[in-house]
Design a protein around this ligand. Structure first.
Ligand code: SR1
Ligand code: MG
Length: 407
């Protein structure tokens, strides 16, 4: 248990006691704001009288939203610090600067992004910025190449995987995403009007066979350092409009990171793009915005492939063939489609529900949720035949007609 619990009142003294922080801001003139956007941690934005700021994140040994009865490993703080440290080498403009890590109190000090927008919030407001999808594809590609056997020699990749071990948080993700939504579980809740769709998922042996395979791959495949929770709530956008420039998209909240299948991170993004798409369709958002949301998956995937192919020229093992890369990319895509379906279903049925859906009025909210459940299910069971982003979109278009019309 951390001996110190940060609150708005204790933050200034904490900052004053840490030279690495006291050199950045004037602790005596600090104004402190608590940001309660996440489920698990305590986050504070601190600004001094001269406008210098930083962000403190404390990882309690339990979930902030659930309270002390739900314990969580504080080792997740070190996992996030480690992920930032690796990303600062491989994709520096795509992560916040990390100023200090205090393992004793499980506190991470990072660049203050409090004037920025969370990508999910922007999407819920009906806005997006050209280039966001591509930036996230580049982020995944750079992390993949630089931490896998593509960019590292054999011994180095094994040491790197050992250094990133995060078993407690991986087990939590596995449970919330790949077990509980597919069985009767006290963490599940949804409107009665969705019960038929949920039962159809949970009783379908094709779904359960695929989910079993995805779970086993998540447990045993360690291709690269993955973020582990790369949804639209883990992405920050700089203030402004128009296309995003360098340094204006940042990936945060890597407390679930560990070595895992690369398709997991991409799949989480695709699943949350589907949630945004469901909201846009159900709320009859204007055509231009709907098209932007619908193109996010293709943009992320294309940028991921392009960036990886560029880096591939400098691979650590030149005996790896171009044909192998092509086959491996197919495996990543297949994984991503499966994880996308599971994650989208999970955010309707299980904990940490998607605000994209829950903040809609009825009957739009239930209609959007039904559309997500049906699309997620079809992505999972038909993933072998869904070869590319247009194939995913075709499923969305077809199911929107029935699922959204039922409202
Ligand atoms: C206890 S709720 C856990 C979820 O919140 C985080 O944002 C992650 O998405 C995780 O799955
Ligand atoms: Mg998170």
């Amino acid at each position: 248990m951390a001996a110190l619990t940060l609150t708005r009142d204790t933050v200034p003294a904490y900052v004053a006691s840490r030279p690495a922080l006291a050199n950045r801001v004037d602790a005596s003139t600090l104004s402190v704001r608590e940001l309660n956007s996440g489920h698990i941690n305590f986050v504070f934005s601190c600004r001094d009288a001269r406008g210098r700021s930083l962000c403190l994140k404390q990882f309690p040994p339990y979930s902030r939203a659930a309270g002390p009865s739900w314990s969580l490993p504080t080792a997740r703080a070190a996992a996030e610090a480690h992920a930032y440290s690796v990303a600062s080498q491989l994709a520096p403009e795509l992560v916040p600067e990390c100023y200090a890590f205090d393992p004793e109190h499980s506190v991470l000090a990072i660049e203050d992004l409090s004037g920025w927008s969370v990508l999910r919030s922007a999407l819920c407001r009906g806005t997006t910025r050209p280039g966001v999808g591509e930036a996230l594809g580049r982020y995944v590609a750079r992390m993949t190449f630089g931490t896998s056997a593509f960019g590292l020699r054999s011994e180095a990749v094994r040491r790197a995987a050992a250094a990133a071990i995060n078993p407690g948080m991986c087990a939590l993700s596995e449970s919330l995403m790949l077990t509980e939504p597919f069985i009767a579980h006290p963490h599940n809740s949804y409107p009665q009007s969705l019960a038929v769709d949920v039962a159809r998922i949970c009783s379908d042996s094709r779904v359960l066979d695929c989910v079993g395979e995805l779970k086993q791959r998540f447990q045993t495949v360690g291709e690269a350092l993955i973020h582990g929770d790369l949804h639209t709530g883990s992405v920050m956008l700089a203030p402004g409009s128009g296309a995003v420039g360098a340094g204006s998209v940042k990936v945060i909240d890597a407390e679930f990171s560990s070595y895992g299948p690369v398709g997991f991170d991409l799949g989480l993004l695709f699943g949350h793009y589907l949630l945004a798409d469901a909201r846009a369709r159900a709320s009859a958002a204007h055509e231009g915005f709907r098209r932007s949301v619908a193109s996010l998956t293709a943009q992320t995937w294309s940028a991921f492939v392009a960036e990886l192919r560029t880096r591939w020229q400098a691979r650590a093992d030149p005996t790896l063939s171009d044909g192998f890369l092509a086959r491996w990319l197919q495996t990543v895509w297949r994984d991503a489609v499966g994880y996308a379906g599971c994650e989208a279903i999970r955010r309707i049925v299980n904990l940490a529900k998607a605000r994209d859906i829950t903040t809609l009025d009825e009957p739009e909210s239930s209609a959007a949720a039904r559309f997500v459940l049906r699309t997620g299910r079809e992505w999972i069971v038909k993933r072998d035949a869904l070869a590319d982003p247009p194939a995913l979109l075709e499923v969305e278009e077809r199911l929107a007609e029935t699922a959204l019309a039922a409202r």
